[in-house]
Design a binder for this molecule. Structure first.
Ligand code: 13P
Length: 255
């Protein structure tokens, strides 16, 4: 299997003009040298308002940039929203969709998330589709059922749409909600079991097996063990992506 590896930073709602410039510049100068010859891609997903700043800072860099959400609508009277066309217009290539913080705080359901993935594909963006169970769901023993619903609703919808031929552009991120920002990481085995299951489902819909990233308290100290697993193709990194040393150390574990 030749599957693309990624380390993607999700800055969430952090940073300002000054700290962003410091962070990007120090990541650029501390990136492992091996990255130039490696197949691992590095991406930072930043707040909308700083996309243009990051585009400038990352000009001629191997680091790419993306957004953290997108509107499900193409254009029109949707005050405060940002469309896939606008992101594409800016040269943005990636967009996180269905993050648990959007699902919980903004009541996004699987159908809305499928619409967002659809419109992102239409504008040739690469959607990073997040799935994951809560602690209660894991304890109830319904992790597989939940992630299956989350993934299949999207893949079925894309398969039945005009974006069918772009379905292979989707990246999947498994982010157990109980591991996000809590310091609790899924063990490599726990994560791997879910990744293998997600791959089995994805392979029923996609022609090319997708990159499946793990997210949830990834740190330099646990990245190697996670990334060594067959079905884990890198990470979606929150807190640690805001620290140059940690982010670069995580990237070097994949190189
Ligand atoms: P943390 O790495 O801070 O746990 O966040 C993970 C995450 O939500 C990435 O999208």
């Amino acid at each position: 299997m030749n599957i693309q590896n990624y380390v993607i930073g999700n800055w969430k709602m952090n940073g300002n003009w000054e700290t962003n410039a410091k962070l990007i510049n120090s990541i650029k100068s501390n990136l492992p040298h091996s990255l130039n010859n490696s197949s691992t891609k590095t991406v930072v997903c930043v707040p909308y308002i700083y996309l243009i700043q990051c585009k400038g800072l990352l000009n001629n860099s191997i680091i790419e940039y993306g957004a953290q959400d997108v509107s499900a609508h193409e254009n029109g009277a949707y005050t405060g929203e940002v469309s896939a066309g606008m992101l594409a217009d800016l040269g943005c290539k990636y967009v996180i969709i269905g993050h648990s913080e959007r699902r919980v705080y903004h009541k996004e359901d699987n159908e809305l998330i499928a619409d967002k993935v659809n419109i992102a594909l239409k504008y040739k963006l690469i959607p990073i589709l997040c799935v994951g169970e809560t602690l209660e769901q894991r304890e109830e023993g319904i992790t597989n059922k939940i992630v299956k619903q989350q993934l299949e609703t999207v893949l079925q919808s894309i398969q039945n749409s005009e974006q069918k031929s772009n379905i292979d552009n989707i990246i999947i991120a498994y982010e157990p909600v109980w591991a996000i920002g809590t310091g609790k990481t899924a063990t490599a085995e726990q994560a791997h079991t879910v990744h293998a299951y997600l791959r089995e489902i994805a392979d029923n819909y996609m022609h090319k097996s997708p990159s499946i990233l793990y997210g949830g308290s990834v740190k330099p100290s646990n990245a190697k063990e996670l990334f060594n697993m067959l079905h884990i193709n890198g990470g979606l990194i929150g807190g640690a992506s805001l620290n140059t040393q940690d982010f670069c150390d995580i990237i070097s574990t994949l190189n």
